[in-house]
Design a protein around this ligand. Structure first.
Ligand code: HEC
Length: 124
């Protein structure tokens, strides 16, 4: 009986640790936020970055977690006025960028929640 409890606790603990680790291939944004993101991108990013810009950028970030990428983007872009957008506007733009690079959409929208973002690994 004691052994069973220890086993059950072990399973709980381990699944708790690994529960949320996902990659970009797992559908981390929703299709509905993509059109909002596209509009924001056209207004604030397209003058400097064409649609092909982000492919190599994401490759360079391969293996890192999305929170760092998000923070970099949100604190340095757009270049003339960093941080001017709302957090959810940055996450919509990021969703659009991911869709451009053929990562699949999923059920839930991408948000600016750093805990969630830090559990998403950038993958090819
Ligand atoms: C006025 C021009 C300009 C605008 C507007 C602009 N950027 Fe940039 N962006 C740059 C420059 C310059 C760099 C650095 C280029 C490089 O190092 O290759 C850059 C780099 C980036 C990077 C790569 C960061 C890295 O460290 O790998 C991302 C992602 C990015 N921009 C996203 C955006 C987004 C999203 C927007 C719109 C919200 C935006 N940028 C608007 C000029 C701009």
């Amino acid at each position: 009986m004691t052994r069973l409890i220890v086993f059950a606790l072990g399973v709980l603990f381990c699944s708790g640790l690994n529960a949320e680790e996902v990659t970009l291939a797992d559908g981390v944004y929703s299709q509905t936020q993509v059109s909002k993101g596209e509009q924001i991108y056209k207004n604030h990013c397209l003058t400097c970055h064409n649609k092909k810009y982000f492919g190599p950028v994401l490759k360079a970030w391969d293996g890192q977690t999305l929170d760092v990428f998000f923070m970099t983007m949100a604190t340095t872009m757009p270049e003339a006025n960093p941080g001017m957008l709302y957090d959810d506007e940055y996450s919509d733009v990021l969703a659009y960028i991911l869709s451009l690079n053929r990562y699949p959409a999923g059920d839930d929208p991408l948000t600016a929640d750093t805990t969630r973002l830090s559990s998403i690994r950038i993958s090819r």
